[in-house]
Design a binder for this molecule. Sequence first.
Ligand SMILES: Nc1ncnc2c1ncn2[C@@H]1O[C@H](COP(=O)(O)OP(=O)(O)OP(=O)(O)O)[C@@H](O)[C@H]1O
Ligand SMILES: [Mg+2]
Length: 260
Amino acid sequence: MTLLKAESLSIQFGGLKAVDKVSLEIEKGQLFGLIGPNGAGKTTFFNLLTGVYKPTEGKLFFDGQEITNVPTVSRSHLGIRRTFQNIRLFKGLTVLENALIAFDQNMSYSLFDSFLKSSKFHLQEKEAYDKALKLLTLFKLDLNKNDKASDLSYGAQRKLEIIRTLMSDPQLILLDEPAAGMNHSETAQLMDLIKKVRDDFKLTILLIEHDMKLVMGLCEQIAVLDHGNKIAQGRPDEVSRDPQVIEAYLGPDLDSGVTT
Ligand SMILES: Nc1ncnc2c1ncn2[C@@H]1O[C@H](COP(=O)(O)OP(=O)(O)OP(=O)(O)O)[C@@H](O)[C@H]1O
Ligand SMILES: [Mg+2]
């Protein structure tokens, strides 16, 4: 069953067609990769999916509902959550607080309830705490829970960003270069984690990544952007031997040679 469908989605900045008539469908539960050279339009595509940008052309559907004109915050409530290429955490807050804040939008108690510290409030606080701790443990950040987010390594900050997306029971998470700045062992660990959260939380995941080992080893379906156009889509083995993809991005030895 299709969860996300983009129909001829486009956006133009001045004369630049940053995303040009891109159509794609992501199945529920799929691990989907979006690759392509620097400036190909990948992050811009995420910004269209989350409603940061309005498309100049095309339509977007989520879970059977058209969301082309639905505002960002409503898309988030529908279950679309993302991480950012340039990490966005509350750096002065602790690791645990960063996770808890991401749960807040889910809370149904009113301000009045919170003043009264009603039983509902306590229940939800506890639910948030338990959930945060479970995720921090899964991502091996539980021992850092009281550290300031800014004191974490770059790789750990990226993991915390993913945890934040998971705090609100999303349906679809969009990960913008989750392995950027990670070393080989961190990347290998991240691959296992992404697969595990997809399976355990029955999520759909769309990820942008320049680390081809991660993309090819993890994703079931991959779309390739170049100059705003989708130039290929298929299984990793299909995409990696597509002459147009090799020419535009991968190179003959699967070394993309791009910077993040
Ligand atoms: N708000 C904007 N205004 C003008 N141009 C923009 C804007 N956002 C993106 N662009 C341009 O759109 C093109 C696509 O950028 P985008 O950030 O989507 O690329 P990307 O595929 O994510 O690249 P990278 O792999 O380097 O992150 C680039 O030429 C970029 O300069
Ligand atoms: Mg980008």
